[in-house]
Design a binder for this molecule. Structure first.
Ligand SMILES: CC(C)[C@H](C(=O)O)[C@@H](O)C(=O)O
Ligand code: SF4
Length: 472
């Protein structure tokens, strides 16, 4: 024994950012990068102004507009009248504090969690903060992405640090091989179903195992995105050659010899053999079916070939009641197969599944076919860069020819605080990450699934098993 402690990846990164331990038990950690979106930054800037403080490190800060922006092709800040004020405020605040601002008029605009990796702002071993829960997404590159609230945004703006309770390291290992047609979204939905939406509470989740190693970087971003739906604070994957290849040449990534030096350091970013996790869970992937949610939390999930569960089958009284309430809201009956459920809307996009590989997976299903009559189907690229790359590959034509709307980048119908709203009573199958009551519009009903499953449902007008489609 050498006496050198075996550390988890989480401990390595966290400790490297520790400024000091505070008297209240929290850790003060340095933030390498801070990204802003319009809905959570306005009040933070206002408070900063009132306190007479400035932004400590504007050069480490980047702002974009994503939540409330219109996604109508060719939109500007005024296209969604409801967003006008907030968008103008974001722009003005960024200008005043000399913060880079990628607004709707900038080719680099997009959902904050899509552009942070895409621009190379998020890098292995860095701490990236954002006033948005799904900041964990960037964990797919081996970064610690920390989602914070408005008062913490203010704290980061003023000090470039965060005071946080130290999360507990846990590990989720996806073992075996991912069946054909299935993707990271199916894996993470399965994990949430197995562990529950509180399964990761207070923790930092490292995703590992053969199936994660096999995932492309964009799939790892999807996996880490939904750490929040596991109840975790953070989720990440140890960086590897795929990560380095992904980052090379990106706008904010190191260049030339600096990249090689960074890569040499990044290679040490993994959990040491024998490192202790508070919890270590294995999920078998070999026989996984495409996953679709049936209820109003992401843990209400099943294989597409399953039936809607009977609330009475749950041992726990709280769970029984919640499932019964969810079925009432979703207007679904126990025992009904998920496959075959008619849908009204198909939404492809969001920070979970709005990247190029997601659109490619959907387009592969859609090519040469038509959206079912009466179904509204929309594709909303996660960023304008994704939109341009997809267009260079001709994906927009595949979608448009089939009857999909091909929109500009933004959060869109994931959260429906712009004009993209699902009507009351409508049933929407979506590639996003949240299926709460009213999430996509008052009275709307959401089924979460992978891009291929959503695309196939748009064509069939009902939920289908993509494995059968492939054989047909
Ligand atoms: C608007 C924002 C605060 C919110 C979040 O942080 O999650 C949004 O992104 C969401 O997904 O509901
Ligand atoms: S796409 Fe959805 S989950 Fe992601 S940041 Fe936007 S609103 Fe939140």
């Amino acid at each position: 024994m050498t006496g050198v402690p075996a550390l988890t990846l989480f401990e390595k990164i966290w400790d490297a950012h520790l400024v000091r331990r505070l008297d209240d038990g929290r850790d003060l950690i340095f933030v390498d990068r801070h990204v802003l979106q319009e809905t959570t930054s306005a009040v933070a800037f206002e408070n900063l102004k009132r306190a007479g403080r400035g932004v400590r490190r504007p050069e480490l800060t980047l702002a974009t507009q994503d939540h409330i922006v219109s996604t109508a092709p060719g939109r500007d800040e005024a296209t969604n009248p409801g967003g006008r004020e907030l968008l103008a405020l974001m722009r003005a605040n960024a200008y005043r504090h000399r913060i880079r601002h990628f607004g709707v008029d900038d080719p680099r605009q997009g959902i904050v969690h899509v552009i942070a990796p895409e621009l190379g702002l998020a890098q292995p071993g860095c701490v990236l903060a954002c006033g948005d829960s799904h900041t964990s997404t960037v964990g797919g590159l081996g970064a610690l992405g920390i989602g914070v609230g408005t008062s913490e945004v203010e704290h980061v703006l003023a000090t470039q640090t965060l005071a946080l309770s130290r999360p507990k390291p846990i590990r989720v290992r996806f073992q075996g091989r991912i069946p054909p047609g299935l993707v990271a979204k199916d894996l993470i939905l399965r994990a949430i179903g197995a562990l529950g939406v509180a399964g990761g509470r207070g923790s930092a989740v490292e995703y590992a195992g053969s199936a994660v190693e096999a995932l492309p970087v964009e799939g790892r971003l999807t996996l880490c995105n939904m750490s929040i739906e596991l109840g975790a604070r953070l989720g990440f994957v140890a960086p590897d050659e795929k990560t380095f290849d992904y980052l090379r040449g990106r706008e904010f990534a190191p260049r030339g010899p600096a990249f090689d030096a960074a890569m040499a350091a990044w290679r040490s970013l993994h959990s040491d053999p024998g490192a202790a996790f508070v919890r270590d869970v294995a999920i078998e992937c070999d026989r996984l079916a495409p996953q679709v949610t049936w209820g109003t939390t992401p843990e209400d999930v099943a294989g597409v070939d399953d039936r809607i569960p009977d609330p009475a089958s749950y041992g726990d009284a709280g769970r029984r009641e919640a499932a019964a309430k969810a079925l009432r809201y979703m207007e679904l009956a126990p025992g009904v197969p998920l496959e075959g459920l008619p849908i009204d809307i198909a939404f492809i996009g969001s920070c979970t599944n709005g990247r190029l590989s997601d659109l490619q997976a959907a387009a592969a299903v859609v090519r040469g076919r038509k959206v079912a009559p009466r179904v509204r189907a929309l594709v909303v690229p996660g960023s304008m860069a994704v939109k341009r790359e997809a267009e260079a590959l001709g994906l927009h034509e595949i979608f448009r020819d089939a009857g999909f709307e091909w929109r500009d980048a933004g959060c869109s119908m994931c959260v429906s605080i712009n004009e993209d709203v699902a009507p009351p009573g409508s049933r929407c199958i979506a590639t996003s990450n949240r299926n709460f009551e009213n999430r996509q519009g008052p009275g709307s009903r959401t089924h979460l699934a992978s891009p291929a499953t959503v695309a196939a449902a748009a064509l069939a007008g009902r939920i289908v098993d993509i494995r059968k489609e492939a054989r047909a």
